[in-house]
Ligand binder design. Sequence first.
Ligand SMILES: [Zn+2]
Length: 313
Amino acid sequence: MLGDIAPEQLGLTLGHDHIFAAPPSDVADTDLRINDEVASIAEMQAFAAVGGSAMIEMTTVDYGRDTSALQRISRATGVHLIAATGFNKGKFADRLTEGRSVEAIASWMIAEVLDGVQPFSSDQPVWEASNAKAGVIKASSSLNALSRNERKVFDVAIQAHHVTGAPISTHTEKGTWALEQIGLLLEGGVSPARVLIGHLDLKPDLAYLLEVASTGVYLGLDQFAKTKYLPDETRVYLVAKLVEAGYGRQILIGGDLARRSYWKYYGDPFGSTFIPLRIPEMLAQAGLTAAQINDILVQNPRSFLAFCTDQPE
Ligand SMILES: [Zn+2]
């Protein structure tokens, strides 16, 4: 959101998170409306105060992305927000992608990365930032399945990746369909080193995670602090096992804190400060070295986010 930066400018980076979203009106749960800039700025100030540097902000146009707000939040706090082009799962994206061709969607997505963020269609009530570009491409699948429109988005993402060099970050529903996503992307000529598969700690099966890791992609364990799904000790255990198996350079972590009730500003004891404050210590207790912890929090996001437009795969 603050313009092109060198990878070395990124410090501790959350691999999949949300700091501003105004979801469509059919999303009735008001807890999901994280659209108060005062709250967003306070949350990012708290994150920065404990060493947070950057966040891959995965909110897409079908879920109320507002890059003008993201840019103001970034400017006010100094936290680098990396915005996403692309789409959420079909439940949200179909209303935009249905009836539009791969070519039409691809030209929008490519422009978002190369020229600057822009509304997906003229009837969309969003205001996009000037001088800001999308830094990551999002594609999503549903539970154990990929719909026709979701498949179209994967085809678009592959095209846009080849033209722009932007990395691809996915949404899996509860961790399912990861291997199939990888199959599609690799078949499309995308290098696994340019792919991050999201929400894998929602399917906390070590054998499955090792199989995903063996393909060479980045693994997103991005539900940290959500103990309703899994104790954080188990997430740390999975990370430690992946590191032990040699996949320490392929892990990104995050909190995916897309609810008000998850935020410090609204009363959670940690909110966005949880990962900077608690995770280094927990990973160290699980046996990781300082360098291995630094890989997960700093180096891996740098490598994943680096553009390679000079050498498209
Ligand atoms: Zn998310």
